[in-house]
Design a protein around this ligand. Structure first.
Ligand SMILES: Nc1ccn([C@@H]2O[C@H](COP(=O)(O)OP(=O)(O)OP(=O)(O)O)[C@@H](O)[C@H]2O)c(=O)n1
Ligand SMILES: C[C@](O)(CO)[C@H](O)COP(=O)(O)O
Length: 245
């Protein structure tokens, strides 16, 4: 077990990977810039994080080619809003770049990093607070997640892994299964080595930490904290955002 110094008060940083292209979204631009309820998707995400007083600063990781962020979130850059422009080819590469940027800005190994997808724009500050409350005296850290409510089917996987026309190969026992969300909250000094290892099959920070032999804490969240991924998700996100304002 990694141990971090007792007596030093860790700070909390949010890290938002936003360097994806949204290839599954069907949108005419990277999905984080699609307007939803009057603002770009990422503006909603960052507003939720900014409303959590225990987060000292939020770092957004952009693609080096990004020329839309400043117009989408005017006034973000400042004392509590930082930008890195070296997002990578995969989400894990972008998160690793963000961790290096946090370190360069003075974050310490014992500080907490809450990694949150730009594409989870329905985040509520109280869910972030619940995650911090659950993890801030934990050795490892944890993540927001949701117990699986549906019966789970394993499809016959074809050569192209396409879901169209597939058939059931088996029903999977859903007991004890959770769907992982974000934020995912770990110490900088644990996440950096976790994401420096082989990344095959690593789709979130928790799986990288698990590969080192740790057991992250699961903190129950809400179905509303879904990731906008497919074309139909935009209309649902829009309706939920409008119903809140
Ligand atoms: N190379 C990448 C890929 C993804 N992300 C970010 O990781 C989050 C979750 O990823 P996902 O929903 O898969 O976004 P995209 O990669 O943009 O979508 P797709 O997989 O459909 O292309 C998003 O906020 C996305 O911008 C990133 O920073 N860098
Ligand atoms: C991190 C994540 O949002 C947890 O559910 C998810 O794994 C991201 O997956 P994607 O394939 O990059 O969308």
């Amino acid at each position: 077990m990694t141990s971090f110094p007792i007596g030093l008060v860790p700070r909390c940083f949010a890290l938002v990977p936003a360097a994806g292209v949204g290839s599954r979204s069907g949108a005419d631009r990277p999905k984080q810039y699609v307007p939803l309820a009057g603002q770009a998707m990422i503006a909603h995400t960052l507003a939720a994080l900014a409303a959590v007083p225990r987060i000292d600063a939020t770092l957004v990781v952009l693609s080096p080619e990004d020329d839309q962020f400043e117009a989408a979130v005017p006034g973000f850059a400042g004392e509590r809003g930082w930008i890195a422009r070296d997002g990578g080819a995969t989400r894990a590469d972008s998160v690793a770049a963000g961790l290096r940027a946090l370190r360069a800005r003075g974050a310490q190994p014992h500080d907490w990093v809450l990694v949150h997808d730009a594409a989870r724009c329905l985040l509520r500050p109280e869910w972030v607070d619940a995650l911090i409350d659950a993890c801030d005296d934990d050795e490892v850290g944890g993540l927001l997640a949701l117990p699986v409510a549906d019966t789970l089917k394993q499809a016959v996987v074809g050569a192209d892994e396409s879901p169209a026309g597939t058939r059931v190969a088996a029903t999977v026992d859903r007991r004890g299964k959770w769907a992982a969300q974000t934020p995912q909250m770990f110490r900088l000094g644990l996440l950096m080595p976790a994401l420096a290892g082989p990344l095959d099959g690593i789709t979130d920070e928790a799986s990288a930490v698990e590969a080192l032999g740790h057991a992250p804490r699961l903190v129950e969240a809400s179905i509303e904290n879904f990731k906008v991924t497919y074309p139909a998700d935009f209309a649902l996100a829009e309706r939920l955002l409008r119903s809140r304002s």
